[in-house]
Design a protein around this ligand. Structure first.
Ligand SMILES: Nc1ncnc2c1ncn2[C@@H]1O[C@H](COP(=O)(O)OP(=O)(O)OP(=O)(O)O)[C@@H](O)[C@H]1O
Ligand SMILES: [Mg+2]
Length: 232
């Protein structure tokens, strides 16, 4: 469904993505992991057209995303939850969810979303900025789901969130995946990535350096240590 082929990207003269190639198949949950600053967020931004790909190709269900304007990419069926969530802090929970609804006739109803996220229903009138970190993350995910994406891209959804809520978010992402939505997940929390994803790509210096099935990678302590600096 999504395929990046040798994608390159620059910030001005700084060359950040040096040929990133990866694939997400229908219904799959894929992890993209790597140390800080290797280019994970940049890779996601090139998919969404927020950073232009200077070379290579990004195909999504037959459409070349790098050839269409950024504002049309979400409409192709891709939900994107950016690092740091990107909700509107001064708008209420309900208003945050309503953004974009008017433009999407096929969208879920608010009631349906609230049934799924009762925590958000209880806080519908509260301004987004006063939600806890975990609740803001759920709001950001819920806002994407309203548009019924085929692929949900999440950039560090559990960053800075207390362990008990990390579990809730993990469960929510797993539930979304179960409904047939593909997931592309960038995570620092290796445990979350290993639990949710069936396949993992490891990135270093703007390129994919390793790809493995999650079961395989879990046993490959040397690779985990080499590219992520973790012992599991
Ligand atoms: N707007 C920008 N202008 C210039 N350089 C940038 C910009 N955004 C990111 N970079 C640089 O590009 C490189 C990759 O950044 P990116 O945010 O993609 O990394 P990351 O893998 O997501 O890191 P983290 O795990 O810390 O989120 C870094 O060296 C960063 O400093
Ligand atoms: Mg990042």
């Amino acid at each position: 469904m999504l395929e990046l082929s040798n994608v390159q990207a620059h910030y001005g003269k700084v060359h950040v993505l040096h040929g990133c190639s990866l694939k997400v198949n229908d219904g799959e949950a894929i992890g993209l992991l790597g140390r800080n600053g290797v280019g994970k967020t940049t890779a996601l931004k090139t998919i969404m057209g927020l950073v232009p790909a200077t070379a290579g190709n990004i195909a999504f269900n037959g459409t070349h995303l790098n050839k269409i304007p950024a504002h049309k990419i979400a409409g192709e069926g891709i939900g994107y939850v950016p690092q740091g969530r990107g909700i509107f802090p001064s708008l209420s929970v309900k208003e945050n969810l309503e953004i974009g609804l008017a433009k999407a006739p096929e969208a879920e109803t608010l009631e349906h979303v609230f049934a799924r996220f009762p925590r958000l229903k209880e806080r519908a009138g509260q301004s987004g900025g006063t939600l806890s970190g975990g609740e803001q993350q759920m709001l950001a995910i819920a806002r994407c789901l309203i548009l019924k994406p085929k692929l949900l891209i999440l950039d560090e959804p559990t960053e800075g969130i207390m362990p008990i809520l990390v579990q809730d978010i993990r469960k929510e992402i797993a539930a979304v995946n179960k409904t047939g939505v593909s997931i592309l997940l960038v995570e620092q929390n290796i445990k979350t990535a290993l639990k949710l994803c069936s396949r993992i790509y490891l990135m270093e210096k703007g390129a994919i350096v390793h790809e493995a099935a999650t079961d395989e990678l879990q046993e490959d302590k040397e690779t985990l240590y080499r590219y992520l600096g973790v012992s599991v």
